[in-house]
Design a protein around this ligand. Sequence first.
Ligand SMILES: Cc1ncc(COP(=O)(O)O)c(C=O)c1O
Length: 342
Amino acid sequence: MNFELFNPQDCAPDTEKAFALFPQLKKFYATLGNTPLVEVPSPKGKASIYAKFEFENPFGSVKDRTAFGLFCDAINQHDFAAGELKLLDSSGGNMAKALAKLGNMCGIAVQVVIPDSSPQPLIDTLKADKAIVTLVDRNQFLLGVIARSQQIAHEDGSWTLLSQHLNLVNTAVHQHATGAEIRRQLEGERIDGWVSAVGTGGTLSGVAAALRQDNPQLIVWGSTPRELPYGTLSAPNGEPKFAGAGGLGFGFRQPFISKLMPQEPPFNPVSYREALSAMHEFHQLTGVKIGASSAANWKTACKLAETLSADQRVVTLFADAGSDIDREKGREWFKQSEALTV
Ligand SMILES: Cc1ncc(COP(=O)(O)O)c(C=O)c1O
């Protein structure tokens, strides 16, 4: 596994060439980001919590931003006179969906490498968008999909590997778009805490870099699946866990966290059961449908808010809206946990 960071990037990629060659990307860009930042339920008498509703992005997740950034970067670097551009990457799901949709929109070939535990509706969507789908044993999880995508790129040089776990465009997009939006939306209000789940760590590290500009003392917490936490020395596993996040296993640490952040943040472990229960609980409290990583972030933000006072603010991010099937499972588990506490 090659963990060498490449493609140094101190701003989001230039869109000029991409818009000139693919005018449909300009239309897409007009609908990307600028998602609402909404105050959500928080512990009484403690810090308030604001969540960035990333499920309002055009394809339904925060990964629409990263996919667009990586797409523009690949277009900028490609010599179209020399041949077709073909894009390849590994994904936990949302990135695959966004890449396939952008590829279909532009007539650019896309191959995605995802775990074989991915839900069938996702695989159907990817295929409908003409993506080549390569499935990897779920027990190898993120490490397995990253390694396989690198192997495919090595064996067939016609594929351009986007490498979302290593390409600094990922974290730059979150610093200069997602993070910049949050700063604008809470202009004049001090942000004391920032919470996010870590898949690649692009969101956590990029937004932290943006928010630290206003508050160098910003408290950063990660949320991570209890079944395979960030930095774990254990082997990866195929156990159900909240989606879009997780440790790599064998002590590997996502480079955007271990190499780019001034210090590694503490991680709050959230089990699959807790995350799905919280999906239901949040829906019941607010009427808003959020995904499992969003629910894990909400629970972690509540835990951080408990340590802060009423005049302080925690910001978190809701990456996607999740599925009704998961929310239904969460409803059962929520009822069982309520019954236990009565
Ligand atoms: C549902 C969900 N939550 C959280 C994340 C974390 O994003 P990042 O890769 O920026 O760490 C992702 C990324 O795919 C996701 O799909």
